[in-house]
Design a protein around this ligand. Structure first.
Ligand code: ADP
Length: 355
């Protein structure tokens, strides 16, 4: 626009100064005489300029220090119209904003893509690591009880033992076989679940008596009283369950309450009804779970802590199985803990049957 204003000034001046060379007789040789043409009135010049350069105005006062002055008998300055300058400013600002916005969107999209890629990579690596740990854990879990069973069997057949020693060995053998049974059972059930061949046959049940039976039976797997089991079961709470499948959930939760707590243990199983839900809670006073791990507990193969703290036998399949079985009952399971050393609570919600 500034260039346009200069051009307007040039054109006007050129029109004004257009000389018509005329040779006059009698003049000195080499001299050219010129005559200024009739100058158009300022109003006319103003109209011509403003028609050709709509963003230039001819005003009696300069609006900017560099506004050129017109040759005229009254003061006249060429100036850029404010509304055009404002519009230009607005357009420039708008363009700047648009470019900034597009840049931000582009950058955001790149960051989002990178974030997604990073998370995907991280979860893939995490899964790979968990799978590796799982294979190590299963190998260990199979080898340890098998080695110990073979030692006990050899001892039974090759040594002279009294009744008390035999009873002690039988007790240890039972423990090892139980451990093997749990491991193989969980492996098979997860395989069935993956193959979609795990079948559920739900039927209406009163949960209190059923829970009492399952928990009492599960607690007998451990030394008398060592689970520190207490039950607080509300009567007349019904739900549609597959008792065998749900017993697997309770066994896993109680087995964890035993494994991840040191004696003297305190394990409390509670049954309640809240609104449309039957709520089963298994609480222990064991080692608890850190807030960093709590949301990962139900992932396949997940085991909290590092290799050093994973001295407790396990494969990271139990809670995954629990979650799947409870989901098949249209319920859900959550874990809570006040932190490491402060015990854990597992809450199971199942749709309640009105009776
Ligand atoms: P695992 O075979 O390792 O016990 P689970 O799937 O049953 O597998 O549990 C996954 C992880 O959750 C365990 O390795 C343990 O770190 C943590 N966990 C489960 N139950 C408890 C509990 N009652 N107290 C503390 N930690 C628990």
């Amino acid at each position: 626009m500034r260039a346009g204003r200069a051009e307007a000034w040039q054109l006007d001046s050129a029109a004004l100064l257009r000389l018509s060379p005329q040779a006059e007789s009698g003049g000195r040789p080499g001299t050219i005489w010129g005559r200024l043409p009739e100058s158009k009135p300022l109003v006319e010049r103003k109209r011509l300029i403003e028609e050709r350069f709509p963003y230039v105005a001819v005003l009696p006062e300069p609006q900017a220090p560099d506004d050129p002055v017109l040759l005229a008998d009254q003061p006249a300055y060429l100036t850029l119209r404010k509304e055009f300058l404002d519009r230009l400013d607005r357009e420039r600002n708008l363009t700047l904003w648009r470019v900034a916005l597009e840049g931000a969107i582009f950058l955001g999209a790149i960051l989002l893509g990178l974030g997604y890629f990073y998370r995907k990579l991280n979860s893939e690596m995490d899964l790979k690591l968990r799978q590796r740990n799982f294979i190590a854990a299963v190998t260990h879990e199979l080898k340890t009880p098998l080695a110990s069973v073979s030692v006990w069997v050899e001892t039974l057949f090759t040594r002279q033992l009294d009744d008390a020693q035999k009873a002690r060995i039988q007790h240890l053998l039972d423990g090892d076989l139980l451990r093997l049974n749990d491991l193989v059972g969980n492996l098979l059930r997860v395989a069935q679940m993956d193959a979609g061949s795990m079948e559920f046959s739900p039927s209406p049940r009163e949960l209190g008596p059923w829970l009492e039976e399952v928990c009492t039976w599960a607690s007998h797997r451990y030394d008398a009283g060592s689970l520190g089991l207490r039950m607080n079961l509300a009567p007349n709470v019904w739900a549609e369950i597959d008792p065998k499948a749900l017993a697997i959930v309770m066994e896993n939760l109680l087995s964890n309450a035993y494994k991840y707590a040191s004696p003297p243990r305190e394990t409390v199983v509670t049954l309640d009804a809240v609104d449309d839900w039957a709520i089963i809670v298994v609480a222990d006073r064991g080692q608890g779970i850190s807030s960093r791990d709590i949301h990962k507990l139900f992932q396949r193969f997940f085991r909290a802590g590092d290799e050093m703290t994973r001295a407790i036998p396990g494969t990271g399949l139990g809670l995954f199985l629990c979650k799947e079985i409870v989901a098949a009952h249209h319920g859900y399971i959550r874990a809570a803990s006040l932190g490491q050393g402060l015990g854990s609570t597992f809450t199971l919600r199942l749709p309640r049957l009105a009776r």
